[in-house]
Design a protein around this ligand. Structure first.
Ligand code: URP
Ligand code: ZN
Ligand code: ZN
Length: 466
């Protein structure tokens, strides 16, 4: 069994920082040894990595990605191969991607299809959530088989009528079944019925530019849907996880539910922390690059989101990585914003963008690790195999240089998409080395991984349930 010793670094976990060396044996962490002044310990290893002046972090866990996702007659452009490679470049060592049930198809056939897409192609480990878009007796029964197969979180949509949308009655049935199974419902909370009316009104009035994507999906309709999802979850006694929360109204609803002790959790994404409605309003159709749902919000929502991250009303930051190229992708919506494929690239930059929060004093170092790795692992049944630097855990380790600087750009990123939502942004901090289960995947600007190294993770239950 090969051994690696990571020496001289500062180990950062959700519970604090420690000057410590980390010994990896094979795929697992064997030992975390605190360094003490005046105490010299020598350990032998096949490979020594000098992490002096660097952070040693548990690999990032991005629990919201869409590789090769069918949407609006096209597909998101990162495959499991290109998307997981890009994730590794940015210090993410696990993704949880969404398998998408098409109407009229079964959940288990969908799961087989997603396994076929990912198997043999991933550079890092991966799991699946299941998108339920057709609630019927068979689907409800199949939820149990999904849980047995390690897929115990189900995404539902209150948006996109005619595509993924589920009625309140359907949501209640799925929540009742999830409650029986101990599974979590992940909710896309926007009032799609009202939004469709606003979209029709805007188009009829000749308002076709990308900014109207944002203006026809007001934050109040995210707040309303979030409150409704929380009420339905309370009736069903079902754990609820609000995905890609963007609006302060929605956050207030989550905070209130959490104050009553309900099993309600929420994530936000870097785009809602750093970008705004102003980006959607960029001229010459450039705003199309920023079309995602929920939409980017007016800047004032950002402060509440950062605060929510500190108070734990937002407990996870994921990316909702769903990239479409500008050319031939976003351009499908020239002259009609409602035809712009929804989604933005981001899987590569989540750790870096959140590190800017540390640099700016919005997050502590341990909290950075907690929202990007430890809590996602616990929320989706991967802890302590993932999400921590401790003996016995998988050796998913990132060596991060907090002093390095970089400029984000489509010219240098590794995602399979022709633009960056953060083009030109200066970042302090950079991944130097990424290990996935003890194998070096990224080292000093070089990709050393391979498609097929990543394995499927059958996940356990949400570890936060009261
Ligand atoms: O616009 C988005 N978010 N696209 C991906 C699908 C989803 O709703 O998460
Ligand atoms: Zn969604
Ligand atoms: Zn998504």
């Amino acid at each position: 069994m090969s051994t690696t010793l990571i020496t001289g670094g500062t180990v950062v976990t959700a519970s604090g920082t420690q000057d410590a060396d980390v010994l990896v044996e094979g795929e697992k962490i064997a030992m975390v040894l605190a360094r003490r002044p005046g105490v010299e310990v020598t350990m032998a290893a096949d490979r020594i990595i000098d992490a002096t002046g660097k952070y040693v972090l548990p690999g990032g866990i991005d629990v919201h990605t869409h590789m090769e996702m069918p949407f609006g007659g096209t597909f998101s452009v990162d495959t499991f191969e290109t998307g997981t490679r890009a994730a590794a470049w940015g210090g993410t060592t696990t993704i949880v991607d969404f398998a998408v049930q098409a109407k009229g198809t079964s959940l288990l056939a969908t799961l087989d299809k997603w396994h076929a897409k990912a198997d043999g192609n991933c550079a890092i480990d991966y799991g699946f959530h299941m998108i339920v878009s057709d609630v019927n007796d068979t689907t409800l029964k199949e939820m149990e088989a999904c849980v047995s197969a390690g897929v115990n979180s189900f995404k539902m949509f209150m948006a996109y009528p005619g595509v993924f949308y589920a009625t309140d009655g359907e949501i209640l049935l799925a929540m009742q079944q999830a409650a029986r199974l101990g599974a979590t419902i992940c909710m896309h909370a926007e009032n799609g019925i009202a939004i469709d009316q606003l979209v029709a009104q805007a188009l009829a009035a000749g308002r076709t530019d990308p900014v109207y994507h944002g203006l026809t999906r007001p934050p109040e309709l995210e707040g309303e849907a979030t409150s409704r999802a929380i009420t339905l979850a309370a009736v069903a006694a079902c754990p609820l996880y609000i995905v890609h929360l963007s609006a302060s109204q929605a956050l207030a609803a989550v905070a209130q539910a959490r104050d009553t002790g309900q099993n309600v959790f929420a994530e936000t994404c870097p785009q809602y922390l750093y970008l705004s409605l102003d980006d959607l309003a960029r001229p010459d159709f450039e705003g199309a690059k920023f079309v995602a749902s929920p939409p980017l919000r007016p800047r004032e929502h950002q402060d509440s989101l950062w605060r929510g991250l500190r108070t734990n009303d937002l407990s996870v930051v994921s990316t909702d990585h769903c990239p479409f190229c500008f050319k031939d992708g976003k351009e499908l919506g020239r002259g009609d914003f409602s035809k712009i494929p929804n989604g933005m690239p981001g899987v590569e930059h989540r750790m870096d963008l959140l590190h800017q929060g540390v640099v700016a004093g919005q997050l502590s170092l341990p909290r950075w690790v907690e929202v990007a790795s430890t809590t996602p692992a616990r929320m989706f049944g991967l802890y302590p195999r993932k999400g921590v630097i401790a003996a016995g855990s998988d050796a998913d380790i990132v060596i991060y240089d907090p002093q390095a600087t970089q400029t984000l750009s489509a010219a240098t990123h590794h995602m399979n998409v022709d633009y960056s939502a953060y083009e030109g942004m200066q970042i302090t901090g950079r991944v130097v080395t990424t290990l996935s289960r003890g194998s070096v995947v990224i080292d000093d600007g070089e990709y050393l991984g391979r498609a097929g190294h990543g394995t499927f993770l059958a996940r356990g239950l949400n570890q936060y349930l009261l």
